[in-house]
Design a protein around this ligand. Structure first.
Ligand SMILES: *Cc1c(COP(=O)(O)O)cnc(C)c1O
Length: 423
């Protein structure tokens, strides 16, 4: 990744990401001194000389290694653009990643990773449940290109998971372990470090088994999967990163070697984010930490309120995991806060759950999550309606389950709204 900035700003080791979100990777002198990054709405970039054009193209196509101190110049906005590069440089800081790639949606980040690391005949091991769109891609697209998929859950032990892989008879073809933790919408958590040990178990001289983690629910603030053994971390940047319900985007961060592969495939699928989308994400990254801090603070109070409410059957929230349990050990190892996603079952069934949702005044009834405004939805009838009813039941996505994404409103107003809707 090319950094178009002053050497004094390069000092990223000494500063925390929230301090760097307003300046890192941007040199005002190159843009008439503008304090904010302008939107570079241009498809192509003028080369100073034909020799420079040739040198850039050689690098872009990987025809030679970079010379000492050489950076890839701007060529064409499907390959690189200042807005895209700056947003990638800033977003990667949160996960201490070598590099980051931003996409036009979370699904395009996910599908690009699955297509790059899985070829016909390969085996995918994935955690279940996963996001509905990911579930569809795994069940309906990957089999059409000859990729076999095997699922495990948060309740399976390491030995049980290894046995599942061996039982397919394709353990030498296991190329990718794909995780979503906490799982949507049940908040089941999966041990990332254990999965990286499973990947090491199946890695061979001929191939490495990679671990990819969808960190949309907890990142990039409350969990850093790369630090506990993952090779790449994936985001729907539509959620916390964008944070204002006004854009669709995705991202992958990771080590140089995997990011190189992902960026090359992105160049040829052409699913990078536009300069306008990148500019909106830059705006969002400036407030990422204060938004997420407030969201998790609010959520902890809402979870306690729900947990004590007579109309509520059970609350699924990371902040309510009991000390001394195996789950708590995993929680402590890979999360720094309990997040802002709460699911709960209401006493009764669909009728009571719908009654609650219809009575909310402040909270909006909508799918999606991670935004400044609080959202509520019914997984069985909304986000997970595509999952077949029997597996839905097994996953705990029952007719009385409601999912909340807590925003930055005043917490007493939120609790007041939930209270009146439950009454
Ligand atoms: C929303 C979401 C996605 C898909 O992202 P889009 O930006 O909608 O394409 C993937 N994973 C999780 C966990 C999500 O919540």
């Amino acid at each position: 990744m090319a950094l178009r900035l002053n050497s004094k700003e390069m000092n990223k080791e000494n500063m925390r990401p929230e301090s760097l979100m307003m300046s890192y990777g941007y040199k005002p002198e190159l843009s008439e001194g503008a304090v904010k990054v302008p939107i570079f709405n241009t498809s192509t970039f003028v080369f100073k000389t034909a020799e420079e054009g040739k040198a850039n193209m050689e690098l872009a196509y990987g025809l030679r290694d970079k010379n000492e101190g050489e950076e890839l110049g701007l060529i064409y906005s499907r390959i690189n653009n200042p807005n895209l590069e700056i947003v990638e440089n800033r977003l990667g800081l949160w996960d201490k990643a070598d590099d980051c790639a931003v996409f036009e949606s979370g699904m395009s980040a996910i599908s690009t990773v699955l297509l790059e690391f899985l070829k016909p005949g390969d085996l995918l091991l994935y955690s279940s449940p996963v996001y509905g769109g990911t579930d569809h891609f795994i069940h309906h697209f990957l089999p059409t290109i000859g990729v076999e998929c095997v699922a495990f859950t948060a309740h399976d032990s390491k030995e049980a998971i290894i046995k599942k892989v061996i039982d397919t008879g394709k353990q030498d073809k296991l190329k990718l372990i794909y995780l979503e933790t906490p799982a949507n919408p049940t908040n089941d958590i999966i041990d990332i470090e254990m999965c990286s040990k499973i990947a090491a178990h199946f890695s061979a001289d001929a191939h490495k088994t990679y671990v990819a983690v969808d960190n949309t629910y907890m990142g990039p603030l409350w969990s850093h999967p790369l630090q506990v053994g993952a090779d790449m971390v994936l985001y729907s940047a539509t959620k916390y990163i964008g944070g204002h319900s006004d854009l669709i985007a995705g991202a992958v961060s990771g080590h140089t070697e995997v990011m190189q592969r992902i960026k090359v495939l992105r160049t040829f699928l052409g699913n990078m984010a536009s300069p306008n989308t990148c500019w909106l994400i830059l705006r969002s990254l400036e407030t990422l930490k204060i938004r997420m801090d407030q969201q998790t603070k609010n959520a902890q109070e809402v979870a306690i309120f729900l947990n004590n409410h007579p109309r509520v059957k059970k609350v699924f929230y990371l902040g309510l995991i009991k000390k001394g349990t195996h789950e708590y050990e995993i929680y402590k190892k890979q999360y720094t806060a309990p997040g802002a996603m709460i699911s709960f079952t209401i006493k009764g069934g669909e009728k009571e759950a719908f009654g609650f949702l219809n009575k909310l005044k402040l909270m909006k009834l909508a799918v999606s999550l991670g935004s400044t405004e609080s959202l509520a939805q019914h997984p069985a009838a909304m986000t997970h309606i595509g999952v077949d009813p029997e597996s839905r039941q097994k996953m705990g996505i029952t007719d009385n389950l409601v999912r909340l994404s807590i925003g930055i409103e005043n917490v007493e107003d939120l609790i007041g709204d939930i209270g009146q809707a439950l009454a």
